[in-house]
Design a protein around this ligand. Sequence first.
Ligand code: PLP
Length: 669
Amino acid sequence: MSHLSHADELYLDANATSPVLPAAIAAALDAMGGRFGNPSSSHAAGLRAKQILDDTRARARRVLGAGPGRVLFTSGATEGIQTAVLSALCAIRERRAAGDTCGDLLLYGATEHKAVSESLAHWNRLLGTGLTLQALPVDADGRHRLDILRELAPRAALVCTMAANNETGVISDLDGIARTLREHGPRAYWMVDCVQALGKLPLDLAVTRIDYAPFSGHKLYAPKGIGMLYVRDGAPYTPLMIGGGQEAGQRSGTENMAGIAALGAVLAELEQGTAFRSHAGMAAMRDRLAAALTDAFPGIVFNAPLAQALPTTLNFAVPGLASKDLLDLFDAAGLRVSAGSACSAAKAAPSYVLAAMGLPLWRSSGAVRLSFGPTADDDFIDEACARIRRCGQLLRAPLLGPSPLSGAAHGLLQVSAEGRHGWIAFDLDAGVGVAIDPPLALAPRIAALVGARGLHVAAVLGTGSDPEGAAARAALRAALGQAPADPGPLGWPGDAAAIAIGGRVLARLASSGTRMAYLLEAADGDGIAFTGDADDVQLARPAALLCHGVDLDGQAFRTLDVAATEASAAQLAPAHLAAFLQAHADALLVDVREQPEAEAGACHLHGRSALNLPLSRLAEHLAQLLATPERPLVFVCRSGNRSARAALALRRAGHAQAWTLAGGIALAH
Ligand code: PLP
């Protein structure tokens, strides 16, 4: 498979946002073209626009089952949430001023979208209502603890519980919550964030006790910037925006007519179209995806029970694989998935939603969310299942291979997790390897890597720099079927003077207190030192390269003589790549993605095929790359992060022609 352009991508991140339905695009164009008028104008152009507004609202009322309640158009769910919170808090303030007793708690589900908890804190502070924010815990399945709600409901002034969770798809027991509130908190206002429910769960809002229900268009094939807010008939209301009196004075500002028209087209599909699958149809597709994932990744754990989740959402973790590893691989295979919510995609922290469910760290830090929309069809699901299975095969292939540059049978693999770097020195011909500072989380993965090559791990060593080092070594030895206890200090085997790894020799280099450094010497080349977190080891013998257990100055390894101290890599803009490659016929395009990624979608740019030299094998090849300092090196990867690390390492080591392709392969086509 060649690298996939966006035309070949399978978009499986529908809970983050969705593509826009063709009928919705057409409706938006019509609202910006022929029916561009201002719906408040009384002339014909205005009346034509007003018809769009009225039609969409009428449809929305029917689809939501709004009964006598109000439906107003907002910019999205975040605005709907603000409006609901503001309305409830203003009412609570007035009731208190009139001597009415209100509860003192603002209760929100522990797994709510941040827009809810942040709005509650913001408006509570701004309005000076002085209520106490209290998270309502969820159980291990992600459902609200109704026993705790029962206890807290008498004190609740406002309760916020989403209809379905965006990360896990877990569907709330709204009937159970309604019952509990009826019995124990009848005066509390109730907001239900229905963003993920629209199009996937039946809605009949007016027959419920729900006071406020925000919706977002872009989660269901409408564009970004349009949403709806349902307000129960009789529920208090305070406008967030005041001005020209649009939306009957409830939400001023000239309406987003293109968005409203597009939303109207989506609602029309929901009401009477054929584009959306039934609940059972979606559940069958989800089950096929789950089966493909289970085949592809033995040991996979689903982070929410499928029977209680949206029929379009899967959230899972695979032992030994971080979210990022799977996301990189899926992206290379043209499967666009995410680790959780799009809002937190840039943050490294594991999901608070999964943490609230009490899942162990490996399941939240390894979480992958796969979500599709109701327009998915069988061909799409077939292709997604095939690519998922292929990703599984690629991960099972023996990854510890000969050098991609020289073909040599010996090598050095960097294994990194959560800011710690471990190293595996190996020789395929001799069938031997040694692990140094293996990160705890990677024990099963490392065991699988060496197992796939039938390597004997002669020692599992530590430099003493990892606080979890002893546990990590024990875990790896156990995963390898060896006795878990350290055979000697920091794993050094007995009183051996040195360990042979094929034609190379590993020796202890220097120790200071509880620390140890090691030197890997080749008969014909410079040595490589493993120094944990010590950068000032007085090396007894020369080493060309220092490999660390933690990032030092942003790098996992460095040459002994640092040639440059740049803080960031030299960037090549995607728009300049073609000209650069043309001007430098000898330039080497280096794809630093891991081998399964490169196999899932090889990198060809502007008629050149990239050499796949994974970042995890870069340290080993540093000397070779430095040997031709005038030959330009253009490092590329998925998004530009790993290639920036590679280019920076080369620059600092003295290669003045090392570049990173900014923005990654995604922007280079
Ligand atoms: N609530 C939930 C459950 C969501 O998934 C989202 C989207 O990220 C929001 C609220 C915010 O929606 P919007 O992007 O329309 O403001």
